[in-house]
Design a protein around this ligand. Structure first.
Ligand code: NAD
Length: 427
């Protein structure tokens, strides 16, 4: 089938490349000319394992990119809206980009004769597809739902493993207003061995929020337990390992540490809080999930101050800047809050990340960035480990170059030797 993908960020580029791998022809649309040029040259605009190979394989024949909505709609049967849905200044969802993309799609649809399905893949709060996207498309196209198709198909990929997750999904959800649109969207995934959950758009939208909010809740719950365990001298990892053996709980997402970041969990939990409040419900549990998460990075700095006293003028190494391993994405990374607090306290910050140095430089110009952990550790008074990069697990003798060998681990990664003062965040 012929697909157009609107917005070529993480979700759009990965979905486009994977749909091409499934045999579909894909036109990517973006307002960013650099990204269009990169995709047409077979270069991914973001780092994702396996993405470069897929783009190289398909960019000459099955994938192209353009900024021309008319061309994309005219030459495809289905358009996926994959643009960003950031938080506004109050934490609620900002649908400005979804509105703009819907208007452009509607304008293009007006000029098209045949049937076309518009699918919302961006994460949007319940009712958005029906009450925001659909009316905009109807207004701009001059057509009514039914003359064109409308569906909601949330994306569950994990950054760092996005290509793998798209090609090996544990669930595919298709919410549609009518059977015809839903059948078309479902058929796009027929090459994947996964049961498809068919529902209406608002349920599909809710499934995505509940999925992310539940995972975020597990993390904040584990962090709260970890904070209590730390005070009691109990190893929370031993506790959670046993607790996770209960089949009703499961073993995943029980690791306590510096908290969750990224472009999804914080923003999605806040958006669900905003939606609940809009309809008059006070979501106390979800608000606590965010509150616990926001305190974890400060606990890292507190542990540091407990050991060093004043940290003014002290050289502090931050290892790990990306919000998680295997990505260069720093959005809502816990390192940002830690670096900010260190700088506010007058510390000199040295940093290293295998992939995210360049992105963090755009945020903090006054940090000394290094190309290896050992370089960043040289002469430091302490080290804070913030991201679970596999290469950090092996660190040991590298700590010898520090002035004072104090290491605070926010990710339960390290087993350093005896001459290191090792402090776990929650253990
Ligand atoms: P992103 O910011 O990386 O990419 C969005 C892209 O849209 C950018 O390339 C931008 O230039 C482009 N864009 C902006 N305005 C446009 C317009 N009017 N027309 C065409 N393109 C336009 O975003 P992302 O991380 O890919 O997320 C997209 C959506 O998917 C969000 O709703 C997000 O919550 C959701 N999601 C993200 C992930 C993830 O891991 N990143 C996972 C699942 C779902």
């Amino acid at each position: 089938m012929k697909i157009s993908v609107i917005g070529t960020g993480y979700v759009g580029t990965v979905s486009g490349a994977c749909f091409a791998e499934l045999g579909h022809n894909v036109i990517c649309v973006d307002v960013d000319k650099t990204k269009i040029d990169q995709i047409n040259a077979g270069i991914p605009p973001i780092y994702e394992e396996g993405l470069s190979e897929l783009l190289k394989k398909h960019s000459a024949h099955r994938i192209s990119a353009t900024s021309d909505y008319d061309f994309a709609v005219m030459n495809s049967d289905v358009s996926f809206i994959c643009v960003g849905t950031p938080s506004d200044h109050e934490g609620n969802i900002d649908l400005g980009i979804v509105r703009a993309a819907s208007a452009s799609l509607g304008d293009a649809l007006k000029k098209k004769k045949g049937y076309h399905v518009i699918v919302v893949k961006s994460t949007v709060v319940p009712e958005t597809t029906e009450k925001v996207v659909l009316p905009i498309i109807e207004k701009h196209s001059g057509k009514r739902a039914g003359e064109f198709g409308i569906a909601m198909n949330p994306e569950f990929l994990r950054e760092g493993k996005a290509v793998h997750d798209f090609m090996h999904p544990d669930k595919i959800v298709v919410g549609s207003l009518d059977k015809r649109s839903g059948d078309i969207v479902a058929s796009l995934y027929s090459g994947l061995p996964c049961e498809i959950t068919r529902t209406n758009p608002r349920t599909a939208e809710m499934i995505k929020y509940v999925n992310n909010s539940f995972l975020a809740t597990k993390i904040s719950f584990s962090n709260e337990v970890g904070n209590i365990c730390k005070e009691l001298g109990i190893d929370t990892y031993e506790v959670m390992k046993a607790v996770g053996k209960d089949f009703r709980i499961g073993t995943h997402f029980l690791n306590s540490g510096a908290g969750f970041g990224g472009s999804c969990f914080p923003k999605d939990v806040k958006a669900l809080i905003g939606k609940a409040q809009e309809i008059g419900y006070e979501p106390q549990l979800l608000k606590s999930v965010i509150a616990v998460n926001e305190k974890q990075p400060s606990r890292m700095v507190k542990l540091l101050k407990d050991r060093l006293g004043s940290i003014k003028g002290k050289k502090i190494t931050v290892l790990g800047l990306a919000f998680k391993n295997d990505t260069d994405d720093i959005r809502e990374s816990r390192s940002i809050q830690v670096i900010k607090e260190l700088l506010d306290n007058g510390s000199k910050v040295l940093a290293y990340d295998p992939m995210a140095n360049e992105n963090m430089k755009k945020l903090f110009g006054n940090v000394e960035y290094h190309d290896s952990a050992v370089d960043a550790l040289s002469g430091a008074d302490a080290c804070l480990l913030m991201t679970e990069w596999e290469e950090f697990r092996q660190l040991d003798k590298e700590f010898q170059v520090m002035k004072k060998r104090l290491v605070i681990d926010g990710r339960h990664m390290l087993t350093p030797g005896k001459d290191i003062e090792y402090v776990g965040l929650c253990w």
